[in-house]
Design a protein around this ligand. Sequence first.
Ligand code: COA
Length: 260
Amino acid sequence: MAYRNLQISNRGAVHRITVNRPDKLNALNRETLNELTLAFTQAAQDDAVRVVVLAGAGEKAFVAGADIAEMNGYTPIQAQGFSRAGQHLMTTIERLGKPVIARVQGFALGGGMELAMACHLRVASDKARFGQPEINLGLIPGFGGTQRLLRLAGRAAALELCLLGTPVNAQRAYELGVVNRVVTPETLDETVDGLADQLAGAAPLAAAGILDCVLHGGETAIDQGLEFETQAFALAFSTDDMHEGTTAFLEKRKASFSGR
Ligand code: COA
């Protein structure tokens, strides 16, 4: 399917989705939100896809936020729909059941930071900048930023970034726990590709179980989370991949996971 605002490519089991509005620093207008939701939904349904990389076109920005020009004319009811569409996209990504890596080479601001936070891993160039600058527009984050930043980095960081609205560099984002790796711009792609290849070769049902336990189990009380983990652990014993992984270890060979 052809998208107006996205580029899609595949490298083996690695599916790459690139937001492609570089002249607007990849800002998220309603159409782009809808296309991203569709693209991620299709990636979830495609068994050949084991990992997704999310990127922004051009050198300057991953995504510089929700489209301010479009929001400028919104009524509160339209804003409600926009926020819901954004939150639906972020939840779709977070609950994809497959690992999603954000490749952040430049600005990840507002909706762009929210998009990166909905991914499971974030790899940033040392030129990247992260921020929730909505307060400078008389706004607040509306695509889950207050909630995901709170959960990722804690209350102090969430309040600092959202209240001050001042972007931080990649190193500071790493120190806050928002980013998994900070690398030079020259090594960004090889780092992302290396992680994606590792995840593409991992047992997909085990990856799905880990995502489920950390994302869902982590939102419950510890006893429920632990029970959730026990059930997911037991379920892994019903898979061919668990048999293959443990047998390959005992036979001193590399496992080959089928996703069954
Ligand atoms: N929504 C809509 N358009 C955006 C945008 C956004 N969030 N961010 C950038 N753009 C557009 C600019 O309007 C400009 O378009 P134009 O060439 O038609 O005028 C183009 O992208 C390039 O941006 P520009 O501001 O000229 O680049 P810069 O290098 O001077 O500044 C930023 C870069 C990221 C600092 C600046 O674009 C910015 O502050 N963007 C908004 C960030 C923000 O508040 N995001 C949260 C939104 S809720």
